[in-house]
Design a protein around this ligand. Structure first.
Ligand code: FA5
Length: 341
């Protein structure tokens, strides 16, 4: 095979390799194959010595023109691949500076707050006033004024967190009954939502810190019928459906007669589970007619006035409403839980 043909074959082969090269590495490999120190064209240059002077000149010129052509094409191919790589990068790393920024992730109200607000709205629409009371209470308001003197066994029903100064963390929202009557006097329709604290073992239905919602109506002739009407209105507004309840006698020194209104456990539909301690019922809404002694302690004449009162377990109500099977989740601060509401 003569040199002309060899050179033109190498030329054609490298052109085709360049055409097929899709990476800079492939282009470099083609360059080395033709133009590298031990490349095919360089090898041919080494055989020049054997050629006649004319032939040497002619082949030399041919080699040079092929080399120049290949160098130019290699450079063009490299430039094309580099620009394609840059385009691909720009495409993948593209940021639309004109796109509107994603807004802050909206939060939501705590489930207990949501239920509390619903009940507040309901009672306000029926003419009740919403009152607040201190969480650090005196023994007088938490116990004595509610007809629970120091030696009364009912004090043991509520394990109390006592403070060094003799005050306590209120064990229920009932002190607001007395504070409300003292401040506003009868006739009075009030509710008082808030936190209560008890030094007791926590379990799926008992927390040391939980919410109650106290309610009281004092007027001239209040009866158990009024009480039952408001309790029924409350439950149907919260559950939007029929729930099974039972009313049984309950003892609280500040009401007479006293009742316990239990709701059939909505976690297990009454079959029995850890929340209802396998009983099928959850204590939710103790209530009764206000004991005349409480009215007297609050400066109200029980000959002229009477009333009803209730102490709704608000956190328990939220459990039933949303099907939460462990009360401890409410205070856990676990966002995976809270984001569901
Ligand atoms: C009382 O606290 C009375 N003050 C309620 C009352 C008010 C009765 C007015 C009559 C008239 P009791 O200890 O049963 O009662 O608590 C009331 C409700 O609070 C319970 O039915 C329950 O739903 C809720 N509760 C009580 N202890 C806890 C606790 N540790 N964790 C969560 N909820 C509780």
């Amino acid at each position: 095979m003569d040199l002309d043909q060899t050179i033109s074959e190498i030329h054609a082969k490298i052109l085709s390799a360049l055409h097929d090269a899709s990476t800079l590495e492939a282009v470099e490999a083609a360059r080395i194959e033709a133009l590298g120190r031990k490349g095919k064209l360089s090898e041919i240059s080494k055989t020049f010595g054997k050629l006649a002077p004319d032939e040497r000149k002619r082949i030399g010129a041919l080699l040079n023109s092929v080399k120049q052509d290949l160098e130019a094409r290699i450079e063009a191919r490299q430039a094309a691949l580099e620009s394609a790589a840059l385009d691909a990068r720009l495409d993948s790393e593209w940021v639309d500076l004109t796109a509107p920024a994603p807004g802050p992730r909206p939060g939501s109200l705590h489930p207990v707050t949501q239920v509390q607000r619903e009940i507040e709205q309901l009672f306000v629409s029926m003419g009740f006033t919403v009152l607040d009371g201190p969480e650090v209470e005196t023994e007088h308001y938490n116990f004595d004024a509610l007809n629970i003197p120091a030696d009364h066994p009912a004090r043991d029903m509520q394990d109390t967190f006592w403070l060094k100064d003799g005050r306590l963390l209120r064990t229920h929202t009932s002190p607001v009954q007395v504070r409300g009557l003292e401040k506003l006097g009868p006739p009075l329709k009030m509710i008082a939502p808030g936190r209560a604290f008890r030094n007791e073992e926590v379990d799926p239905s008992h927390e040391h810190t939980f919410y109650q919602l106290e309610g009281m109506m004092v007027d001239r002739e209040v009866s158990v019928a009024h009480l039952i009407y408001f309790m029924k209105t409350l439950l149907s507004a919260i559950f939007h459906r029929d729930v099974t309840v039972r009313l049984r006698p309950g003892y609280f020194p500040f009401v007479e007669p006293g009742f316990e209104l239990d709701i059939q456990c909505l976690i297990c539909s009454g079959k029995g589970c850890p929340v209802c301690k396998q009983s099928g019922w959850v204590e939710l809404l103790p209530c009764g007619l206000v004991n005349p002694a409480v009215l007297r302690h609050s400066g109200v004449d029980p000959e002229q006035w009477n009333g009803f009162a209730f102490g709704l377990g608000l956190t328990r109500l939220a459990m039933m409403r949303y099907g939460v099977d462990d009360i401890r989740l409410f205070l856990s601060g676990d966002l995976r839980f809270l984001r569901q509401f």
